[in-house]
Ligand binder design. Structure first.
Ligand code: AMP
Length: 143
């Protein structure tokens, strides 16, 4: 199973934010869209960084509420690990487990073309397990 399967189900929309926007604006977009991460785009690279709800919590814990008025560029992770639509879901799961993050952007031909969250992966795995269980039940019933 490859990443393209998830993208064909959920779409390729990715929520983004400019590096100069504030953490407060990032938090508002995360809350409004009910998501956990925003990609930072600067017009030069497909992905200039990623900011997640964890980064915002950490910024406030370390610097207090004034961090909310600072630019996301100060708190984003710049070195973003990405995948392509051909990457296997197993590899994405390995990345998330080993690196301890829950989001992997999809980049193709130098363009941002989707994002996979841990929730997307768990949903797909559950569907697979249910399908396998159903197939085994049917096999046993007809054996
Ligand atoms: P998350 O679990 O996705 O909320 O992210 C935990 C930490 O890893 C945060 O500091 C994020 O900025 C960072 N992070 C999330 N996704 C990635 C990624 N694909 N590549 C690099 N860092 C990431």
């Amino acid at each position: 199973m490859i990443v393209n399967r998830i993208l064909s189900l959920k779409g390729r929309d990715v929520a983004t934010i400019d590096p100069g926007q504030t953490l407060s604006e990032a938090a508002r977009v995360l809350a409004e869209r009910r998501i956990g991460a925003l990609l930072i785009v600067d017009g030069h690279r497909p992905v200039a960084g990623i900011i997640t709800e964890r980064d915002i919590v950490r910024a406030i814990a370390l610097h207090g509420a004034k961090a909310l008025e600072e630019p996301v560029s100060r708190y984003m992770t710049e070195k973003v690990l990405t995948c392509t639509s051909e990457t296997t879901i197993n590899h994405v799961m390995e990345l998330m487990t080993q690196q301890k993050f829950r989001h992997v952007p999809v980049v193709e031909s130098g363009r941002l073309s989707g994002i996979i969250s841990i929730g997307d992966v768990v949903k797909l795995r559950l569907e697979e397990v249910e399908a396998e269980t159903q197939a085994i039940k049917e096999y046993i019933a007809t054996a």
